[in-house]
Design a protein around this ligand. Structure first.
Ligand code: PHE
Length: 510
């Protein structure tokens, strides 16, 4: 550290018994540099210092000019007093210069040094004291000025500038020494074995130093809100559905849900189809070999083939009291593989399993779904769906509405509105709107309904058992809670990792 000031400071102190001022001892060194050296010495108590903030006043070039040659108004007065019969106003610029005439005339009037007599200027006295010049001369010598009104006035006239100067008043500390010895930071084997440790100065621990930031992982906001929803579901007695099947057959994604094969949702523009393999296997003849057939149901082994045939019939000719859609149902279409467009495919699968051993049940899932949509600020081709299902005997629409009120209240949404809607698999169906206090408006927060008998009876759910279902996106509440307006900032390749790392662990909401 060639330019380090620690040694010069120690030298300067040794030569003097009185405190030294940095402005005198090190006039040309920047105060930051002086301070860093002082801090190093002060932590070892070799010096003590005080900081003195001082305002320094300096003359501008124009101020210098006036200090040498006098003020504008003095120049005007000189010209006027010399003209014994008065000075023609129009002649003044030619004598003192345009600028002096302009500024000086007004000031000389204000001082009462000159007066106007028709088109002539006359002096009111024989001599004046040029106070502006006197003041500037004194500032030039001392770099200070007591009179704050004069400071403001000279500053306004751009004759002086003010700068802050920091001066350090330095004295010897209790451990002052001529030499700044480098302190050791580590006690080594050598120091111990050769006894050098006895004479070595060790650097004191700095317990107030801020430690280096520990790199750590961070939970994505979607993961945090997902955890909150899972807790709500568990608290309300729901079981989590296995959602690891991203690729589904058209059967589970659509047909089981009584979505006709011509339904627009099944178009290429809305659904991603798998190219290889194109289709899945059909149901096995022997249910025991069928992976879709639940095994552990002694009471009533479920026949997937029979279910498949029921779905076929209920679409094509109607069954269970329904007249069906009346179109030729294609098994091929049903076996086409898709990226699931909703997790309701899982609900269908789980309800089919439940039908083997019907009991009141509550299921939920939160996982990814895929839709072939144009991507914009609020839509992505993949997002997360929160899905809930309640199966029980004697359920009513009023019960669904009541449940929704309790469910959403747990997420702090207390005002709900329900709007009749259409889903192929539920009747009645309702869109759910919640009043968003922050946005001051109603926002759609979910879709719900009671599953149709065409769907439930095909899979063997007994008559008299009803099933509520509802779904919402995980992204929407997360965007609202974390103040994200563009979904691409939340999910996908444009996500800023700093945002993920720095978003609060806990949100304090009303
Ligand atoms: N599957 C619906 C959706 O994608 C949600 C839903 C699930 C609606 C269950 C009714 C019943 O929005």
């Amino acid at each position: 550290m060639a330019s380090d000031l620690t040694a010069p400071i120690l030298d300067a102190l040794s030569a003097s018994d009185t405190p030294i001022l940095s402005s005198e001892a090190f006039p040309s060194d920047p105060s930051l540099k002086v301070k860093s050296a002082l801090d190093r010495l002060a932590t070892r108590q070799m010096v003590e210092y005080e900081t003195i903030d001082k305002e320094i006043i300096e003359l501008t070039p124009e101020g210098e000019e006036i200090a040498t040659n006098g003020s504008h108004e003095a120049k005007v007065f000189d010209a006027v007093v010399k003209a014994l019969d008065g000075l023609k106003i129009a002649d003044l610029p030619a004598i003192v210069g345009k600028d002096n005439a302009k500024v000086g005339q007004g000031n000389a009037f204000k001082q009462g040094w000159i007066k106007k007599d028709k088109d002539l200027l006359r002096a009111t006295r024989e001599s004046i004291v040029d106070l502006t010049r006197e003041t500037l001369l004194s500032v030039q010598r001392t770099n200070t000025l007591e009179d704050t009104k004069a400071i403001a006035d000279l500053k306004r006239r751009k004759l002086i500038t003010l700068t802050k100067a920091i001066t350090f008043k330095i004295t010897k500390g209790p451990k002052y020494a001529r030499e700044f010895v480098k302190e050791e930071t580590d006690l080594t084997f050598d120091m111990l074995s050769n006894g050098a440790w006895k004479d070595i100065e060790f650097k004191a621990y700095n317990f107030s130093a801020k430690g280096a930031l520990t790199p750590s992982g961070a939970l994505h906001p979607l993961s945090k809100v997902r955890a909150e929803f899972r807790n709500i579901f568990f608290e309300m007695g729901f079981e989590e559905m296995p959602t690891n099947r991203f690729v589904e057959t058209g059967f589970w994604n659509f047909d089981a849900l009584f979505v006709p094969q011509q339904h627009p949702a099944r178009d290429l523009q809305d659904t991603f189809y798998i190219a290889d393999p194109l289709t899945a296997d059909g149901p096995r003849e022997d249910p025991a070999n069928d992976p879709h057939c639940p095994k552990n149901t002694q009471d009533k082994p479920l026949d997937y083939k029979k279910y498949w045939d029921n779905v076929h019939d209920v679409h094509e000719k109607g069954k269970f009291g329904s007249i069906g859609y009346r179109y030729p149902w294609s098994a091929e279409e049903s076996l086409r593989l898709v990226l699931r467009t909703h997790t309701t495919s899982i609900s269908a699968y789980m309800l089919h399993k439940l039908a083997a051993n019907p009991r009141p049940a509550r299921f939920f899932s939160i996982d990814r779904v895929f839709r072939n949509e144009a991507v914009d600020a609020t839509h992505l081709a993949e997002f997360h769906q929160i899905e809930g299902v309640i199966a029980d005997f004697g359920l009513t629409l009023g019960g669904l509405i009541g449940f929704m009120e309790v469910f959403f209240a747990k997420m702090n949404i207390h005002q709900l509105r329900f709007k009749p809607a259409y889903n192929p698999y539920t009747e009645p169906s309702m869109e759910i709107f919640g009043y968003h206090e922050g946005l001051g408006k109603w926002v759609e927060i979910g879709n719900s309904g009671m599953f149709r008998p065409e769907m439930l009876e095909s899979m063997g759910i007994p008559k008299g058992m009803q099933v509520y279902g509802w779904g919402l996106s995980l992204e929407r509440p997360t965007m609202i809670k974390y103040g994200v307006s563009n979904i691409r900032e939340l999910l996908g390749h444009k996500v800023d990792l700093n945002f993920i790392e720095s978003n609060p662990a806990v949100r304090l909401e009303k």
